[in-house]
Design a protein around this ligand. Structure first.
Ligand SMILES: [Zn+2]
Length: 56
């Protein structure tokens, strides 16, 4: 396989977290699922990298 010099980025910004790698999600507690605020967590779309593989 020949190495190509045209270093085109193979990733693009994750649309879910907008490149931050983190998303805020609502936290619900109790059996009634009372809304308790928001918590930032790792983005499952990019697993925290903020980038996802480009499709093309
Ligand atoms: Zn993401």
């Amino acid at each position: 396989m020949a190495a190509r010099k045209t270093a085109k980025p193979q990733v693009k910004q994750c649309p879910t977290c907008k490149g931050t790698g983190e998303v805020s999600r609502p936290v619900r507690v109790g059996r009634k699922r009372r809304y308790a605020g928001e918590q930032s967590g790792i983005c499952l779309g990019c697993l925290g990298s903020g980038e996802i593989p480009a499709d093309d």
